[in-house]
Design a binder for this molecule. Structure first.
Ligand SMILES: [Cu+2]
Length: 148
């Protein structure tokens, strides 16, 4: 092999390396996408949400939200209720305690996680709050939809 051919081969290798790093940075940019979710908790006394039983119940507002698979998800929860709650989703390895707050001074809790593969994940409150609400979707229980 003469010297000229060797130099050309090296240039090709360098071009491949640059293309590889560009692809790598594109993947990095996708992974850095952040989904921000803002939820409020209100109590039955604060008329969070009326159930089909005709009574007001504790609820997360909203109780359902969507995120994109692979994104970093930052969740902020403002609790206007005088009672504590939790945001618990076993399949997402989340069990976050939400401190009590008040109508004028809600507690603010922020946590983050990586959105998993596509699908539907259920969360619920395991605090000892409103027993009816803890077992009904849209109140102290809800769904997280992970899209592609
Ligand atoms: Cu609760």
């Amino acid at each position: 092999m003469d010297r000229h051919i060797l130099v050309r081969a090296t240039a090709v290798a360098a071009a491949v390396a640059v293309a590889g790093s560009l692809a790598g940075s594109a993947v990095g940019a996708r992974a850095a996408t952040v989904d921000r979710v803002s939820l409020a908790i209100k109590s039955d006394a604060e008329r969070a949400r009326k159930g089909p039983d005709g009574k007001w119940h504790d609820a997360y507002l909203p109780a359902a939200f969507s995120i994109s698979s692979g994104d970093k998800v930052v969740v902020t929860i403002r609790n206007y209720d005088a009672a504590p709650h939790t945001f618990t989703a076993r399949k997402l390895h989340l069990n976050v305690v939400i401190k009590s707050g008040s109508a004028t001074h809600p507690s603010v809790t922020t946590f983050a996680f990586r959105a998993p593969k596509t699908g539907t994940y259920t969360w619920q409150c395991l605090g000892n709050c409103d027993p009816w609400a803890m077992h009904h979707l849209g109140f102290m229980k809800g769904r997280i939809t992970v899209t592609a």
